[in-house]
Design a protein around this ligand. Sequence first.
Ligand SMILES: Nc1ncnc2c1ncn2[C@@H]1O[C@H](COP(=O)(O)OP(=O)(O)OP(=O)(O)O)[C@@H](O)[C@H]1O
Ligand SMILES: [Mg+2]
Length: 248
Amino acid sequence: MIRLENVHKAFGDNHVLRGVNLEIPTGTSMVIIGGSGTGKSVALKCILGLIKPDSGKIYVDGQDAETGDRDAFLARFGMLFQGGALFDSLPVWQNVAFRLLRGSLKRPAHEAREIAIDKLRRVGLRANVADLYPSELSGGMQKRVGLARAIAADPEIIFFDEPTTGLDPIMSGVINDLIREIVTEMGATAMTITHDMSSVRAIADNVAMLHDGVIQWTGPVSQMDSSGDPYVEQFISGNAEGPIEAVR
Ligand SMILES: Nc1ncnc2c1ncn2[C@@H]1O[C@H](COP(=O)(O)OP(=O)(O)OP(=O)(O)O)[C@@H](O)[C@H]1O
Ligand SMILES: [Mg+2]
């Protein structure tokens, strides 16, 4: 469903992506791991076309991501941004139903609201949260509203940037199960970025480790513990000593 071929992206002299190759088969769950600041979020934004790569090719369902109808392209995606990116001026339910209230996916407001409340329930939030504003929620609740928005339009392809960061262990478990369910029951293709190793094990079919601008290792999650890759081993163990330097 998604293929990156030799993707490069620099910001000034900060050469973040240095030839990323990655393939995500349809209906599978890929988890990207890697140190802070290595370019995971940048890679994800490149696929969505929010950041333009300097060179390389990105294909979504066989189509060059840079050509074609942007609206139709984006309508296939659901996205949870790392920082939440909720609209402060809209109540929770209008945030969740954002895409159902406008454009090609538009529905009557009462239907959109019902869907929003159903999706909020899926992420462990009660209906009374629907009429609050984002600033009235805790950080973890905002994160879950972002998740509910990502799945609101039942997208074919879902990107989650740090879905469990800031959540308690039980709520992290709920979200991991939800992501797994979206892939196995709805057949969606998922790409998740996380530092949470329990989340990796719960949701990944395949894992890819980004370091120094390239995918250092990729393989099925079942092979992650015996990867033989020093970067992966250090990342899993959380060891301060190893090929990944602590100062970046
Ligand atoms: N729009 C931008 N303009 C300039 N530099 C950017 C931009 N976006 C990202 N960067 C730089 O690209 C590098 C990678 O950032 P990115 O957000 O992809 O890291 P990350 O791997 O997602 O890290 P984290 O795990 O902390 O979220 C960083 O050095 C960052 O400063
Ligand atoms: Mg990031």
